[in-house]
Design a binder for this molecule. Structure first.
Ligand SMILES: CCCCC/C=C\C/C=C\C/C=C\C/C=C\CCCC(=O)SCCNC(=O)CCNC(=O)[C@H](O)C(C)(C)COP(=O)(O)OP(=O)(O)OC[C@H]1O[C@@H](n2cnc3c(N)ncnc32)[C@H](O)[C@@H]1OP(=O)(O)O
Length: 206
């Protein structure tokens, strides 16, 4: 039996790379928050962070090997820049399926995602919606690559508040897949999206 709210994105594990990535997200947000107004000694910070990066680079597998890994099994939902618990650029948005065939997730965006003062960058909203529409297609049936993405920004999208992101496949006509989605804040739609996806799968690294 399908659970009532099936998970469509990987649940972050409180260990391994997920745990380190969660810490990296904190560092990114804290650096932006602190800025040069902070009392922290930033050149010491830079040395410490570079030492961490040196260590990681030294122990990382070859890119080709890692790419194969990323596209195997559950890996497909672990590395993307929207939901991926292994990707420090991902807020991350956690998506689940709804009984009506659409999908939904909730996210709070902080300073690293700022565009206009106090509000989310429009390109970040586009990123969230492109990905959510793509996952909505996977959930509903045929999926593909984004050919067109049309956005309407109705109201500024607030930082530091719960945002609900939704996606729903509306039609499939041959290879053409049409999908819609929204971002809402406080129960009001702030961004809406319409996407045209073309049924095409690029080969996975192997
Ligand atoms: C069971 C639940 C499991 C849930 C699992 C959860 C997660 C899923 C797992 C993995 C998730 C991973 C990712 C999914 C999420 C999000 C992904 C984000 C999406 C992207 O980030 S993706 C990158 C950006 N995207 C591109 O990088 C595309 C570049 N582009 C191309 O690669 C080609 O351009 C392509 C392929 C689009 C088409 O090329 P093509 O050669 O295959 O087809 P062709 O050109 O013949 O077009 C066929 C018919 O579409 C019409 N058509 C085409 N383009 C059109 C347009 N723009 N406007 C209007 N009509 C258009 C033609 O007019 C023709 O129409 P007609 O047949 O009527 O003549």
């Amino acid at each position: 039996m399908t659970p009532e709210r099936p998970e469509l994105t990987a649940t972050p594990r409180n260990k391994g790379v997920d745990e380190a990535v969660a810490a990296a997200r904190r560092v990114i947000a804290a650096l932006l928050h602190a800025g040069d107004r902070s009392a922290a000694e930033m050149s010491t910070m830079a040395d410490r962070l570079n030492a961490v990066a040196d260590h990681l680079e030294e122990h990382a597998p070859a890119v080709e090997e890692r790419m194969i890994d990323m596209w195997r099994g559950e890996g497909v939902t672990r590395h993307d820049p929207v939901t991926g618990p292994e990707n420090a650029l991902a807020p991350p948005l956690h998506l689940h399926g709804r009984q009506d065939g659409s999908i939904e997730g909730v996210v709070v965006l902080g300073m690293p995602y700022q565009g206009p003062p106090g509000y989310v960058h429009g390109g970040v909203s586009a990123l969230l919606l492109d990905h959510t529409l793509g996952v909505a297609n996977h959930w509903a049936g045929p999926s593909g690559m984004t050919a067109e993405l049309t956005l309407r920004y109705h109201r500024p999208t607030p930082l530091f508040e719960s945002l609900t992101v939704t996606g729903r496949q509306v039609s499939v006509d041959g290879r053409k897949i049409r999908t819609v989605g929204t971002i809402s804040a406080g129960g009001e739609v702030v961004v809406s999206a319409e996407g045209l996806f073309i049924d095409k799968q690029l080969p996975r690294p192997r």
